[in-house]
Structures are given as structure tokens and as C-alpha cells.
Design a protein around this ligand. Structure first.
Ligand code: ADP
Length: 427
């Protein structure tokens, strides 16, 4: 989203970086997207997979569709980044004359704890804090930091910006983010709701405001990110009031392999039955959700829908649970927002499955939301209103773009544009 220069600003912000590289470093992968911020166009994107494992490889795609897939001898994130950089400046498939053309790098960082309410330029203190937050995100923050340090090694002095999945949710009040357990556990261990997918929820909220031609500062939205991981967020005037993921990304909606909300005493019961913490962790994170309930060996929503259509009762039950939980949250968030303007669907399922959207919206009549079936069928991976004109609560499909949001945040941080200036302006 490009915002027009705001009349009330004393002067327009300094021009931002022209080429921004976005890095998403996981434990064994490094995803990258290179944006030209002029027109917000993707110049090239790809992934190095299986870092540190056998048969690592690079998948690369240029803006004009030219692509390559090749073996990459990489042991760590620095090796992987060097392979990516070689590709970006390659005379045959590359898009840059020299690496100097990359002017800034934005990094996805999963956990920013309570410390980071927005994206920040990375310095030694920020790195130290990301490291210390590894306790809360042991699978994510260490590789995220690995990606940052690889960029520092390969790119030298180019500014790096950290964009946190948790930051957007930091506007929640204690009544939303505290669990009803003794307060000392929050003080001593940081036990609270942090929320995740924040970069996606923020992007989708801003894009929906732009699409509906209303300032974000005057909208109440319920954004549903439905991918392999699923979360839902209540957003009032650009600020999160509540979200379904918690201290970890396990709580809330039914997901591909994660259980979502569950009575915590189930875990204690299973411990007393002799299961170990690791067993239970694996079961709740990797074997539950659609995979566990449908029991047909897949967590892929397309397969679950196909199996249900072929008559599988368990697949039908899994779909029913998925929809039931989502609708329950929409009802709750409609109440805490005291009436939302729109419920927004995004993520692989939200953007592509007219079937799931239809099942969800057909339950929202009591909230004044009615499905326009033709619009719903036509809305595939594009922005669309899928509710009828008489609906009080609109239903909207809005594709997410976390990489672009990270690139925009990187530019915003480096040009010193205040977050609130954006919120108050027309989005
Ligand atoms: P991730 O959370 O890993 O980024 P995605 O946002 O790509 O994942 O979402 C993946 C999910 O989207 C999978 O469950 C997949 O089955 C589902 N999906 C993609 N296309 C469709 C479709 N046409 N109908 C139903 N589900 C779909």
C-alpha cells in the first residue's frame, strides 16, 4: 500500500531504500524476496531448503518467470545467503548488477516478547534481546538470529530491520493478554498471550481499509488468517483488542496439525497416564488438528474437503470442528468489538476455499452477514467482498503478503515515519 503524503506532516519523509531484501530464516531453510520498492514489485524470490541436512537445494524465481532449481552445498545460513547472493548478481538469471544495490534488509522475527511493539533497526542490543527471547520461541528466534548474522557477514553495513510476528498484538490490554492464573507467573516467567501472525493481520487490516476505501482508524475488523496455522484477531481502529494464539502458536482455532484451544487439564491427565512432555508436545503440535481428527494421513484442507465429499465421516467431523471453532471466535470478537465492519478471510484456506468461506458465512446471519454466493465462488486469490449489499457485517477476502509488509515496515523504520501517522491517515 502506498500512502499519499499527509497534509499535516511538516515535511515529507526522506526517500527510502529502493531495493529491499526480505529474509525469513527457519531452522533448515532461508526464504528470500527481493523487492523494488518503486511500485513494490518482486524482482526475485526463492528458498534454500534443507540447510545443514542432506541434499540441500536452491529454488529461485525471477520476476519474469525465469526459474532455477539446483543443488547447493550449504552447511549454515551464511552459506545459504551466499548462494542466494550469487544468484541475484548472476549475469544469466540475476536481477542486480552488484550487491550494493540492496539498500536494506528486513527480517521476519517470530518473537519480540513485550519489548518490541513495532519493527526496529537491528543493533547489538536488539540482537541480544532476540536471543534472550529464544526461551519463548526456541524453534524460531535462534534461526531468525542466524539469518540476521548471516546478512551482517555478507552485506556489511547495510541496515537490517527486525519485523516481529508478535509486535502488532502488543496493543492488547492486560484483560486480554493475561491468563487467569496467579499474577506472579506472568511476572516471573512471562506467561501471557503474545499472539502470532501479526505481520499478516496488520497487512490484511491495512489492505482491507484501502480496498473498502475507509480509513483504518475508523474500522473494526475481524481478520481470519487460515493457513496451515490459523489465527483470528479483533482489530479496532488499527489496534489489536484480542487474538486467538497465545503464549505459543498452539492455542485458538483448529489448525492443520495443531489442536487449538484445549482444556489444560487434559495435559495433566496425560502426564499422569505416563506420557512425557515431549510426547504431548509432539501430539498437540504435529499430530492434532485436521490431521488428527480426520485421520486420513493429511492435514491439507483440500484433501480433507475431498475426503468429506467422498463420504468420510471423520473428515466431515474435522471440517465441522474447524468451522465451529472459527464461528465461535467470530461471535466472540463481534461482541468485544461491539459490532465489526467486516470479517476478513486470508491465508491459503481463506483466500482459496469458497467452500469453507461459505460454511462459515452461512452461520453469520444472526450478525447481519449474508453470503453472495456468486461473489464467493468468483473470489479466488484476490480481494473481494463476498457478502450481499444488505449485510451489516461485510465478509471480505483479502490475500495476505507478509513479505511485502516486512519490506514496507523496513522502509518505514529506516525513513522514520511514525506508525500513528499512518493509522490516522487514509489507508
Ligand atoms: P502456511 O500457513 O504454511 O503459509 P498457506 O497459507 O499456504 O500455508 O495455507 C495452506 C493451506 O491452504 C492448506 O491447508 C491448503 O490445503 C489450503 N488451501 C490452499 N488452496 C486451497 C483450496 N483451493 N481449497 C481449500 N484449501 C486450500
Amino acid at each position: 500500500m502506498k500512502t499519499e503524503p499527509q497534509a499535516h506532516k511538516p515535511e515529507s519523509p526522506p526517500e527510502g531504500p529502493a531495493n529491499v531484501l526480505v529474509i525469513n530464516a527457519g531452522s533448515s531453510s532461508l526464504k528470500f524476496t527481493l523487492f523494488s520498492m518503486e511500485g513494490e514489485a518482486i524482482r526475485a524470490k526463492g528458498i534454500v531448503e534443507r540447510i545443514g541436512l542432506d541434499a540441500p537445494r536452491l529454488l529461485y524465481k525471477r520476476f519474469d518467470g525465469k526459474a532455477l532449481k539446483r543443488k547447493a552445498e550449504v552447511r549454515n545460513h551464511s552459506d545459504a545467503l551466499r548462494v542466494v547472493c550469487d544468484c541475484l548478481v548472476d549475469p544469466d538469471v540475476g536481477v542486480l548488477k552488484t550487491l550494493d544495490w540492496v539498500e536494506a534488509i528486513g527480517h521476519r522475527v517470530v518473537h519480540g516478547g513485550e519489548k518490541f511493539h513495532e519493527a526496529v533497526q537491528i543493533d547489538p542490543e536488539v540482537k541480544q534481546t532476540i536471543q534472550s527471547l529464544a526461551e519463548l520461541a526456541p524453534l524460531h528466534n535462534p534461526p531468525n538470529l542466524g539469518g540476521i548474522e548471516a546478512c551482517e557477514r555478507v552485506f556489511g553495513d547495510i541496515p537490517n530491520v527486525a519485523v516481529f510476528d508478535t509486535a502488532f498484538h502488543q496493543s492488547m490490554l492486560p484483560s486480554s493478554y493475561l491468563y487467569a492464573i496467579p499474577y506472579e507467573y506472568y511476572e516471573k516467567y512471562g506467561v501471557r498471550k503474545y499472539g502470532f501472525h501479526g505481520t499478516s493481520h496488520k497487512y490484511v487490516a491495512q489492505s482491507t481499509a484501502e480496498f473498502l476505501e475507509k480509513p483504518l482508524a475508523r474500522l473494526k475488523l475481524i481478520t481470519c488468517h487460515l493457513g496451515n496455522g490459523c489465527s483470528i484477531t479483533a482489530i479496532e481502529r488499527g489496534r489489536v483488542l484480542d487474538t486467538s494464539m497465545g503464549m505459543t502458536p498452539l492455542s485458538g482455532l483448529v489448525m492443520g496439525t495443531r489442536c487449538g484451544d484445549i482444556d489444560p487439564a487434559v495435559i495433566l491427565y496425560l502426564v499422569r497416564q505416563g506420557l512425557s512432555a515431549d510426547d504431548i508436545d509432539r501430539m498437540l503440535n504435529k499430530k492434532s488438528g485436521l490431521l488428527g481428527v480426520a485421520g486420513i494421513g493429511t492435514s491439507d484442507m483440500r484433501d480433507i474437503i475431498a475426503a468429506a465429499e467422498e463420504g468420510s465421516e471423520q473428515a466431515k467431523r474435522a471440517l465441522h470442528m474447524f468451522v465451529h471453532k472459527l464461528v465461535s471466535y467470530i461471535g466472540a470478537y463481534e461482541t468485544i468489538l461491539e459490532g465489526a465492519d467486516a470479517v476478513v478471510f486470508t491465508g491459503g484456506i481463506g483466500e482459496n476455499s469458497a467452500y469453507i468461506r461459505s460454511r462459515v458465512v452461512s452461520k453469520l446471519g444472526c450478525l447481519g452477514c449474508f453470503l453472495d454466493e456468486d461473489a464467493n465462488e468468483a473470489a479466488l486469490d484476490c480481494a473481494a467482498v463476498i457478502s450481499t449489499p444488505k449485510s451489516i457485517l461485510k465478509a471480505v477476502v483479502m490475500p495476505t503478503n507478509e513479505e511485502l509488509m516486512i519490506a514496507r515496515e523496513t522502509v518505514r523504520v529506516l525513513t522514520g515515519v511514525e506508525e500513528d501517522d499512518e493509522k490516522d491517515g487514509d489507508s
